[in-house]
Design a protein around this ligand. Structure first.
Ligand SMILES: [Zn+2]
Length: 78
């Protein structure tokens, strides 16, 4: 039931996401908190620039890498 395709976060875009932009707004989030936006190839630059100019952008990784690192997280159950 987890095989729904993640879709790009750009407004109006229905393309499958291949990038994860991890960001944090220090005014409203604790430093270790990560919000994520998904992006297709076409919108990765646009979205990361949007976050970058505000100083929010922390990391840009492929969806594959992001999911792999989530799997490798504190939960070992599976
Ligand atoms: Zn897109």
């Amino acid at each position: 039931m987890s095989d729904e395709t993640p879709i790009c976060s750009a407004k109006g875009c229905r393309t499958a996401a291949v990038w994860v932009l991890a960001w944090n707004n220090p005014k409203i989030h604790t430093p270790e908190r990560r919000k994520t936006w998904l992006a297709c190839d076409e919108h990765r630059e646009h979205l990361s620039e949007f976050l970058g100019v505000r100083g929010f952008l922390k990391d840009v990784v492929t969806l594959e890498q992001w999911q792999a690192s989530e799997d490798a997280g504190p939960s070992v159950a599976g």
